[in-house]
Design a protein around this ligand. Structure first.
Ligand SMILES: Nc1ncnc2c1ncn2[C@@H]1O[C@H](COP(=O)(O)OP(=O)(O)O)[C@@H](O)[C@H]1O
Ligand SMILES: [Mg+2]
Length: 489
């Protein structure tokens, strides 16, 4: 923060806050853990240009209560400035004597992501960024950040802790590309992540040991929340639904399983820009353990994912690619909505696929079963089923269900899903949950048998052979390579 900032006479930032406030990147993400002085830094940052009569700022928080807390805190500071800012209206606006204005809003508003479009804000502050579910929604807000006034450079200041419905995209955009403090370049624009933990806030550490102690108390009870809040750990975060999902055990190199087992298609329909189509091809492989227990091993090995593509076109792509590897699905499972005809009497989405396949193949190449309804109990049931399939089979040492590494959208989204606060056994449906939805509708149609421990046998290696398609060497991996991945087999 420059010493010319109007706030500097009343408030002295800590060193980490200075670092964040002095950055010149277009987007600055500040924070990582609780109590790092994020909110305080944001309050100072957005008022830096309040002496400029043309300045327009925008502050966004999660809901009206959070916003009230922010405006109360900001008001205590702004009214003491030489050029005081007065809070008026609802949602509150700060009108400075100079003529500068800071508007505020919250994201629970139905039109939160569109109402600022076409406006011009020189600075936008978004608190708790991971509360925004989709990157697209964030980019929409970003588009109102601009300036026709040379002295007012557009800039965005963001704060957050790990966790929240937007955890995955925020991590991808700000955390993964570069170490903290290093500029990330993206099509000529810049952004940076400045990491602050409560250790960077001496006021808190010295004056409120109870706050620190309260968070320390979480260490044993809820370690994921503890590491996220105390140290800003982006790998372990609070609320993750599929904690058991590990890249090293649940994903395997690309394979095409043998034609001699049943293959099935699992689909979740989506067309809109804010939605996605997700479809998976999986092999259901019957196994018998050394002591005669039968179970099904699932390998999900092909993914179709995207949006704004019509059913006919997807159907064609799926058909062509399946033909190429010589696979015909035994059946499909799709989300229940794809079985409903539109009110106008239009064809259902699932039958559009089936008809296109019929015209390509001359017969009904694949028919869809409807996934269970998407009500409350079904959502809980589907998540429960996914947990079962992700569990480790004691006889093989591998999960009952593995996904190949070429299913990139699955791997990017499913492990990052977080709980729905209103329904903790299910995932929050505001996130990118299409991969999870598609697979969960499909998994429900497969009989899950858990294997009793002690049935382990090395002969299982032989039985893994259906996983490898000898004709398709470039996609197959050898049993040796496979058993290296799963040394117990
Ligand atoms: N530079 C500072 N000087 C004095 N107190 C500060 C400073 N920065 C933060 N604080 C105080 O530390 C506490 C935590 O800061 P806050 O901004 O709420 O953290 P966060 O938003 O990261 O959880 C608050 O009581 C706040 O007033
Ligand atoms: Mg805060």
């Amino acid at each position: 923060m420059s010493s010319s900032s109007p706030v500097s006479v009343l408030w002295t930032p800590h060193p980490k806050q200075i670092e964040a406030l002095e950055r010149s990147e277009f987007e600055i993400l500040y924070g990582g853990s609780r109590g790092g002085g994020k909110t305080a830094a944001g309050i100072a940052w957005i008022a830096e240009e309040s002496d400029n009569p043309n300045f327009r700022g925008l502050v966004l928080r999660r809901n009206s209560e959070d916003l009230k807390d922010w405006t109360d805190r900001a008001s205590r500071l702004y009214r003491l400035l030489a050029n005081p800012g007065t809070k008026t209206g609802n949602p509150p606006e700060f009108h400075f004597q100079s003529g500068a204005v800071i508007r505020t809003g919250h994201l629970n508003d139905a039109d939160a992501y569109t109402k600022y479009q076409g406006h011009e804000y020189h600075r936008i502050l978004i608190e708790e960024l991971t509360q925004i579910a989709l990157e697209k929604q964030y980019l929409r807000i970003l588009s109102s950040s601009r300036s026709v006034i040379a002295a007012l450079k557009p800039q965005i200041f963001l704060t957050t802790n790990p966790g929240g419905v937007g955890h995955a995209w925020v991590k991808e955009r700000f955390i993964s590309p570069s170490p903290p403090g290093k500029t990330i370049w993206d099509h000529g624009r810049t952004r940076v992540f400045i990491q602050a933990t409560m250790d960077d806030n001496p006021t808190l550490m010295n004056n409120d040991p109870q706050y620190v102690a309260n968070i320390e108390a979480l260490k044993e009870v809820d370690p994921d929340t503890y590491y996220a809040w105390r140290f800003g750990d982006w790998e372990r975060f609070s609320g993750q639904v599929f904690k058991e999902w590990k890249v090293r055990t649940h994903s395997i190199p690309p394979v095409v399983p043998s034609k001699n087992v049943q293959h099935v298609l699992w689909m979740d329909w989506g067309y809109a820009e804010s939605s996605a189509f997700a479809c998976y091809l999986s092999a259901l492989i019957p196994f018998t353990t050394g002591d005669g227990q039968k179970y099904t091993q699932i390998v999900t090995y092909k993914e179709w994912y995207g949006n704004q593509i019509r059913p006919k076109e997807w159907a064609k792509r799926i058909y062509t690619e399946c033909k190429k590897i010589g696979i015909r699905p035994a059946y499909g499972v799709s989300d229940p909505a794809t079985h409903a005809s539109a009110q106008s009497g239009d064809q259902s989405i699932s039958s559009l696929f089936e008809d296109e396949w019929k015209s390509l193949d001359g017969q009904y190449w694949c028919r869809f079963k409807a996934g269970k309804n998407s009500g409350r109990n079904s959502r809980i049931g589907r998540v429960g089923m996914m947990h079962e399939w992700m569990s480790i089979n004691p006889s093989s040492g591998m999960p009952y269900w593995v996904v190949t590494q070429n299913c990139v959208h699955f791997i990017e989204t499913v492990p990052n899903l977080i709980h729905d606060e209103a329904l903790v056994e299910a995932y929050d449906t505001h996130q990118e949950d299409h991969a999870a939805d598609a697979c969960s509708y499909g998994l429900e149609k497969v009989r899950f048998t858990s294997v009793a421990p002690g049935a382990h046998t090395y002969r299982a290696v032989e039985k893994m052979k259906p996983l490898y398609n000898a004709q398709n060497q470039e996609l197959a991996i050898s049993p040796k390579a496979f058993s290296a991945l799963y040394p117990k087999i």
